[in-house]
Design a protein around this ligand. Structure first.
Ligand SMILES: *Cc1c(COP(=O)(O)O)cnc(C)c1O
Length: 377
């Protein structure tokens, strides 16, 4: 290892979070006299920046029923690494190179008429019946067949002898907006769509809808599978709270590479956006926006050094940032925790996101390719 800034991914935390979710689903479903939903573990975007292949292998061993990726390329990466669980591809597929779906045994989403046509043609050409999941747009207005127009759109999809609809799903727009009644509205639209699909000849199949936030908010969204992403990584979607015993899976740390005094009236960094009217001591940390650290951390973020909080001062540069360590005794080589625990204190991805007006998904997904991921148990 050469660089100072590294992310440590605790695979045991991901396994623990997965089991905590499965246990909760099992306990609550059993209490309600229902079968527990299976877990479709979302590992898109390099497993939210955590490293797709090790995370997928961990989730496979920890009891996930299926994995989900954004596109065919992500699914192919997992298959090439030997991942055997079924893999759902969320993306649109209307322009993709589709052969990978069959060559790598991926489960595509049929979410547009053109995807349906192209997948059916591919399956016919390859002489197979292709298992797929059908996506219903219940109000997000992104991908999926409109919930209120299925009589028009479904005959072509259902009529294809080459597509086998294994499951039907939808996605919620406002699951993390507790005051919005739209989650409930989408859930009711989805249920009406399921009934309509039955009448249109879609046979019995799996149903799924819940991302992390919906899963926490309403057990009626669980159906046959839930689709959490963020929770698996140990982060509760803001502003929700959860009693699940989750552990953050990723920490990000670096080391101080330089310490220097800034005199009265001087500034630091591009634009000299931070200036001081009294002598201050700053330390330079070799992590910047090229590593995925948001430029909005300037003046808003904090890091942990020697168990204390040090504010990020001045502009975040491409490859480094500065922190104010006045009144602290620090030396080059001291550990700097950007996300994670040091001593008794912890900075979570959720806290960092809140400090800069971002969302925790963004904070972890953006961690740069330059940052080495160390995988630990
Ligand atoms: C990303 C994604 C999820 C997981 O969302 P979280 O909020 O991270 O739980 C579930 N379903 C779909 C369709 C997604 O794109």
């Amino acid at each position: 290892m050469i660089r100072q800034t590294t992310a440590t991914v605790h695979l045991s935390a991901i396994a623990h979070n997965c089991r905590a979710i499965v246990d909760m689903l099992t306990r609550e479903s059993t209490a309600a006299g229902r079968p527990a939903p299976g877990l479709i573990a979302v590992v898109k975007a390099n497993a939210y920046g955590h490293g797709a292949v090790p995370v997928a292998r961990t989730l496979e061993a920890a009891g996930a029923s299926m994995l989900a990726c954004a596109d065919i390329e992500e699914g192919v990466e997992l298959r090439r690494a030997g991942v055997g669980l079924p893999i759902l591809v969320f993306g649109a597929l209307s322009l993709s190179d589709l052969d990978g779906v069959i060559d790598y045994d991926l489960t595509p989403t049929v979410s547009t008429p053109s995807a349906a046509r192209r997948l059916a043609a591919l399956a016919e050409r390859r002489g197979v019946t292709l298992p797929c999941h059908l996506k219903i747009d219940s109000g997000m207005n992104r991908l999926g067949f409109r919930h209120d127009n299925l009589g028009r759109t479904m005959p072509a999809v259902v009529g294809s002898p080459h597509l086998k609809i294994e499951a039907v799903y939808t996605h919620f727009a406002t699951a993390d907006v507790p005051e919005s009644p739209f989650l409930d509205e989408q859930r009711r639209r989805f249920e009406r769509a399921l009934a309509a699909l039955g009448a249109l000849g879609v046979g019995r199949c799996g149903r799924h809808a819940a991302n992390s936030a919906a899963m926490l908010r309403d057990a009626r969204t669980w159906y046959d599978f839930v689709r959490p992403g963020l929770l698996l990584y140990g982060i509760v979607p803001p502003p929700l709270a959860s009693s699940l015993p989750l552990r953050p899976a990723l920490s990000l740390s670096s080391r101080i590479v330089a310490v220097k005094g800034v005199r009265r009236g001087e500034g630091s960094g591009y634009g000299l956006r931070w200036t001081t009217d009294e002598p201050r001591t700053i330390a330079i940390v070799p992590a910047g926006y090229a590593d995925g650290l948001d430029t909005r951390l300037a003046g808003r973020g904090v890091v942990l050094v020697r168990g204390r909080r040090a504010p990020v001062v001045g502009a975040v540069s491409m490859d480094m940032l500065a922190i104010d360590v006045t009144d602290m005794t620090v030396d080059p080589g001291d550990e700097v925790v950007i996300i994670g625990r040091q001593g008794d204190d912890e900075i979570t991805a959720r806290e960092m996101a809140a400090a800069i007006g971002a969302i925790p998904w963004e904070v972890v997904c953006r961690l740069g390719a330059r940052i080495e991921r160390k995988f630990e148990d």
